[in-house]
Ligand binder design. Structure first.
Ligand SMILES: C[S@@+](CC[C@H](N)C(=O)[O-])C[C@H]1O[C@@H](n2cnc3c(N)ncnc32)[C@H](O)[C@@H]1O
Length: 225
């Protein structure tokens, strides 16, 4: 497994890619760790504004506001709320059962899936997909497949908002957050752009939006045909 030579600092997390805490974590173990801190994302201590402007920018590119899914939705329901307000029929997915338990309380009418994005087969195509600060927790060797799955789950002209580490090379590592060990992996900007092209999609926006932290977000749109 490739290790990024430099350290990665992501929004809300410091990620030293030095393997100090081990570099691999099973998605289920990660979900178990997230279960223990699920309330943080629904509390006052969480900056729930983070990513909202970026979603608004991404939504400007959407052709039809019909079907949307929030991948790795967490507990706050904040992205679900924006999508509902924009008129989408919204679905959401997370591997942490505690995150889902809290999220369901606020949005009882939304279809939630308890699933691992690594193994998930999208049941339909979506006009908008949010994968904000979530799929970077999947193992490095799954990252390419996940990004391809996300791109291929878009309708023509559908839009994906996706975050990763702003690094040049693939890398992964673990860090501690609120007393839990969390794992992150990033493909690196060149590989991400290559996959987007391969999937018949276009990068509409790429930004290292929390400089000097290495937080990267992209707005990706599927071509019309
Ligand atoms: C940092 S939280 C972000 C939550 C939400 N996207 C937000 O921005 O408020 C990361 C979420 O990704 C979920 N997650 C991590 N690995 C996952 C996987 N393999 N499949 C599905 N969800 C996953 C976690 O359970 C957690 O709820």
């Amino acid at each position: 497994m490739a290790i990024c030579p430099s350290s990665l600092i992501l929004a809300n997390y410091y990620l030293p890619l030095n393997g100090a805490l081990g570099t691999y974590m099973e998605p289920l173990k990660q979900a178990d760790n997230y279960d223990k801190i699920a309330s943080h994302w629904a509390s006052k201590n969480f900056n729930s504004d983070n990513g909202i402007e970026q979603h608004k920018r991404a939504l400007q590119f959407v052709d039809k506001k019909e079907k949307a899914i929030d991948v790795g939705c967490g507990s706050s329901g904040r992205i679900i709320e924006i999508l509902l307000n924009d008129g989408f029929v919204v679905e959401a997915l997370d591997l942490s059962i505690e995150m889902l338990n809290i999220a369901r309380q606020n949005h009882p009418d939304v279809q939630f899936y308890h699933a691992d994005i690594c193994k998930w087969d999208f049941p339909k195509k979506y006009d908008f997909i949010s994968a904000w600060d979530s799929v970077w927790h999947a193992p490095l060797e799954e990252q390419e497949n996940i990004l391809k799955k996300l791109c291929n789950a878009l309708v023509p002209k559908g839009v994906l908002i996706y975050t990763s580490g702003a690094v040049d090379e693939p890398g992964d590592g673990t860090n501690e957050f609120l007393g839990q060990v969390l794992y992150h992996a990033a493909l690196g900007i060149p590989a991400i752009l290559e996959i987007i092209k391969e999937c018949n999609c276009i990068c509409r926006h790429l930004e290292n939006d929390d400089w000097p932290n290495r937080h990267l977000y992209l707005i990706i749109q599927r071509k019309n045909a």
